[in-house]
Design a binder for this molecule. Sequence first.
Ligand SMILES: [Fe+2]
Length: 242
Amino acid sequence: MHEPVKGDKNLVIDFHSHILPGIDDGSKSVEESIQMLTASREQGVDCVVLTPHFYAGRWNPEDFFESRNSAFEVLSNASVGLGIKLVVGAEVEYFEGITAMEELREMRISGSSAVMIEMPFRPWSRRVIRDITEIAGRRNYSVILAHIERYIDYQDDSVIEELINAGVIMQANANSFSGFFKSQKCIKLLKSGLVHIIGSDCHNMTVRPPNLRSALNMIEKKCGGAVLQNVICTGNLILFGE
Ligand SMILES: [Fe+2]
């Protein structure tokens, strides 16, 4: 099994997870969250970004922050000694008006400029594209699009290119790297520079468990150690600016 050489700039980061307990359709309890973190650690993950769903139609931002921050405090205390770094963010569902929501600032991944956005599962209108590039162009902001492989087929290649040229970061789910044939699409995207970072998007220990290791191994096998290292370094740059 490949174990990346650890250093300050070399943490294996799971960028997308629903491990924070009791806040969305992910972990239902602190115990389940600890099992998920333990499984992640066993797979060589050093840092997990906690990205609970934020739906503007369902949550008031202040209530979301209160629930998220108290769940984060509980999990941080319960996970001391696991040897895994936790960073809190959100998976913000795109909505018309997202650019005007002041609280987007606090939805950025803690300590970084990056906000993760889940996009519509249909061809994106010019308005949607303009909103994303506007946010990505702000001072102290960057945008990560969650699981790009799930909606890339609805978009023209020029749209993806335009967003990447605007600095938008593309995340793919580890599950999309599983299996010889299924992995081909994401491997191709990665080799073409259309995927930059990966996440497990884990929700539980049963049907959507932590699975980053399988993706790391597949990337190394199909693309080589240098490409894997590039994914890891890109993640560290986003989170720590290193
Ligand atoms: Fe997610």
